[in-house]
Design a binder for this molecule. Structure first.
Ligand code: AVJ
Length: 330
């Protein structure tokens, strides 16, 4: 770590970031995990993306949730705990919390303890009778649910098509993991972006205001700031396209010239035109996602889509077990 500049804070998160960046940039092809997009600037840029005219997913999903608020309320058992995997989506959460008045608890699970505390405080003010039980954890890894919800029926919530960032085998593993955490009799509400016309898809990731380009390039700014590298942003370009064979949007950062950059003491070489693969955003059909969920042990119960078939909200269920949890889910 001697190559790091003086001002850089070296905590365990930075160490993990450094390890991942070096591994990704020395791999062939070069890649970086999309989870690193979301520093302070990246989160603000993502908020801007959700409001772009070309970026249909957020407003379409909100439209679906609003249109089916009564259906959502009906599938929440009395006294159920709503477990949200990642809790960045305050508008969507509020749609569910406002419609499901008889909730036993709201359990946001998020890696950022600070963000969770802030969000919990706001929600307790807005919903004074709601029990808010935040869990600071990486929701992709095993974690314990709060004791206070042990006897409550469980409903999971995973909006935003965040599941699209996983490789399909990882998405299946995540669904199995969620089944283990939520347990027999659980319900899971999952937002999934749909395959559609290539032009519509590609415009959503190549907006005319270049916000998505900034969001992508911000990853290099973050590496410069946190790891002391010196990427010149003018020498990289945002690329995003739909890979129909793999049914995914791919985002890349393309090197505009042959160049060599030192990252954490490691020399990283780029050919002209060589790219760093920064994100995959998988698009499913209603059927292909249903099959994935089935393969992971869930039963697709209901699926809601918008009139254009741009986005889907799946309701998945797990059969009741032997009643080990005391209360059946419905
Ligand atoms: C947050 C993963 C759902 O894939 O559409 C938006 C992230 N990347 N624009 C998506 C994203 C570029 C977004 N997800």
């Amino acid at each position: 770590m001697t190559a790091l500049a003086r001002k850089i804070v070296i905590d365990s998160a930075t160490t993990e970031f450094a390890t991942d960046v070096v591994a990704g940039l020395t791999a062939t092809p070069k890649r970086l995990s999309p989870k690193y997009f979301y520093d302070h600037t990246g989160s603000a840029l993502f908020e801007q993306i959700t409001e772009l005219p070309e970026y249909y997913p957020t407003r379409t999903e909100i439209g679906i949730l609003n249109a089916h608020a009564a259906d959502i309320a009906a599938l929440m058992p009395q006294g159920a705990a709503l477990v949200e995997f990642g809790s960045g989506s305050s508008t969507k959460t509020r749609i569910v919390l406002s419609t499901a008045r008889a909730l036993g608890a709201y359990v946001p699970v998020d890696i950022s303890a600070q963000f969770l505390q802030q969000q919990a405080m706001e929600l307790r003010r807005e919903y004074p009778t709601l029990k808010v039980l935040p869990v600071a954890a990486d929701f992709t890894k095993p974690f314990e649910l709060p004791d206070a919800m042990r006897m409550m029926p469980r409903v999971g919530f995973f909006p935003g098509s965040t599941i699209g960032n996983f490789e399909p085998h990882e998405a299946a593993a995540f669904l199995r993991h969620a089944a283990r955490i939520l347990g027999a009799g659980a319900t899971f509400i999952v937002g999934v972006d749909l395959v559609k016309d290539t032009t519509v898809l590609q415009k959503a990731y190549n907006d005319s205001q270049q916000v998505t380009a900034k969001f992508n390039l911000n990853l290099l700014t973050r590496i410069n700031r946190e790891l002391g590298a010196r990427f010149n942003l003018a020498c990289f370009e945002h690329h995003a396209f739909f890979n129909r064979e793999r049914s995914r949007i791919e985002m890349h950062l393309a090197s505009l010239k042959r160049q060599r950059i030192k990252v954490c003491g490691e020399c990283v070489e780029f050919r002209a035109g060589e790219t760093i693969h920064t994100e995959s955003s998988y698009k499913y059909s209603v059927e292909s996602f249903g099959a994935l969920a089935r393969g992971a042990g869930w039963t697709p119960a209901t699926v809601w889509t918008d009139a254009d078939n741009y986005f889907s909200v799946h309701v998945l269920t797990l059969p009741n077990g032997n009643g080990r949890r005391g209360k059946p889910a419905r």
